[in-house]
Design a protein around this ligand. Structure first.
Ligand SMILES: [Zn+2]
Length: 432
């Protein structure tokens, strides 16, 4: 009922913006507010709150990990296709490979952030624990595929020997991480897991994902008595699986910032567009923020402050779930969003300030994509620095030499249009 006007509104905006850019006829770009600006009433306190609410020196971020997750091997081919055309001497390791996560583990263990972290071992999920999010038929399909040895579920998504055990560990490790918070052992927990999960829908695999790790954790939180949980997903791809799993409930507000990639086939029917806002009692509780390619640090910070912060302020969650992917970085082979370490650090700081404001500082962080072999690890380090509200950068950015697009005002305008759409179509956001 709301889709038509919203889509038309955005389409006409995009068309106009495109034409304006082509004709170089746009007025001077709006200057984005600096991080500490008070120009947006809802966003303003973010940095200040982060400084005020810096964690006590004794509080560490609990990292949940198990090396058994390295056993998943999606093979080699032309990028993520698994295809060998026969005329290339060197094929890619699948982008979602163990080495990328080895670097994430090692930078956290041996990088300057190490003193601020504690390490905890994950364990495999039981099959019965998967049914809070997934259908029994789909779990049977996965078990059968594992018993048969291997199966390609959809483009780029290969279950091979070792994959199912790794997927169960990823799910179980994420459940252990959220249990750490729910049981009062700590306020900040990070599930460093693979294979990733946010494309896995209740009844199907998609986009390198088999089990929706974050979705399972959200269900555990709901089952433990939390009545309002927000999921903020900054992986460069639309978190369609998580959105689908909570599309018809107002207990879980799902927010995804992503590249405007649309549907990519039968395994991913959702488009990630701004008009997919939930159904039934969930109407208004799925918020998509499709951002133009190259949105960069300034564009993301603006989207966080203008859209994500006011939405969380209105929703007032009892638990924050922060779904992270470093494939929104400037050098990722799977994304075009151009974030640098500085951008990730700022997003982490904003999310921490929101957790302090609404959920007594409690926040579960769940790993998704991020495919540049070294820069993903650096960006993870920076993001966790932000989450820990550490004062100065602990680690310099080794490769962020490429200047942001001077035409980034385009992203700011898109964010403004999305905000207008939300005011018109999302009842609880009508006065943001
Ligand atoms: Zn991704």
């Amino acid at each position: 009922m709301l889709a038509g006007p919203v889509v038309a509104h955005l389409q006409s905006f995009f068309l106009r913006a495109f034409l304006n850019r082509r004709l170089k006829a746009e007025p001077p770009h709006r200057i984005p507010p600096p991080m500490d600006s008070s120009s947006s009433s809802s966003a303003a306190p973010a940095a200040a709150a982060a400084a005020e609410d810096a964690p006590p020196a004794t509080e560490k971020l609990a990292v949940f990990w198990h090396e058994g997750m390295l056993a998943h091997d999606a093979g080699r081919g032309v990028f993520d296709s698994g295809h060998d055309p026969g005329f290339l001497d060197v094929l890619d390791q699948h982008p979602e490979n163990a080495d990328r996560v080895r670097n994430m583990v090692s930078i956290l263990r041996r990088g300057p952030i190490a003193p601020f972290l504690s390490w905890h071992s994950g364990s495999p999920a039981h099959a019965s624990e998967l049914l809070s999010f997934h259908t029994p038929e789909y779990i049977d399909e996965l078990v059968q595929a594992n018993a048969n040895g291997a199966k390609k579920f959809c483009a780029g998504t290969f279950l091979n020997p070792g994959s199912w055990g790794a997927a169960l560990l990823a799910a179980g490790t994420t459940l252990s991480a959220v249990r750490h918070i729910l049981d009062g052992h700590g306020k900040l927990a990070y599930a460093l897991v693979r294979p990733p999960g946010h494309h896995a829908q209740p009844d199907r695999a998609d986009g390198y994902c088999f089990l929706n790790n974050a979705g399972l954790a959200v269900h555990l939180a709901l089952d433990s008595g939390r009545t309002k949980v927000v999921v903020v997903d900054i992986d460069v791809h639309f978190g369609n699986g998580t959105a689908e799993g909570f599309y018809r409930t107002d207990s879980v507000l799902t927010i995804s910032l992503h590249m405007n990639h649309g549907s990519w086939g039968p395994s991913h029917p959702q488009s990630g567009s701004v008009d997919e806002i939930g159904e039934g009692s969930g109407l208004g509780y799925n918020l998509n923020i499709p951002l133009p390619n190259g949105s960069g640090d300034v564009g993301y910070e603006y989207a966080m402050n203008e859209l994500v912060v006011p939405a969380i302020d209105k929703f007032q969650p009892q638990l924050m779930v922060f779904v992270i992917g470093q494939d929104s970085s400037a050098f990722d082979p799977n994304g075009r969003q151009c974030l640098t370490m500085d951008g990730y650090r700022k997003i982490g700081r904003i999310m921490r300030s929101m957790a302090n404001r609404h959920s007594d500082g409690q926040m579960l962080i769940v790993q998704e994509g991020g495919y540049h072999m070294t820069y993903s690890a650096y960006c993870l380090h920076a993001m966790l620095e932000g989450v820990l509200s550490l004062e100065a950068p602990l680690l310099d950015d080794p490769i962020a030499y490429y200047p942001e697009d001077e035409d980034e005002g385009y992203t700011l305008k898109v964010v403004d249009v999305i905000k207008k759409c939300w005011r018109e179509s999302i009842p609880f956001l009508k006065d943001i």
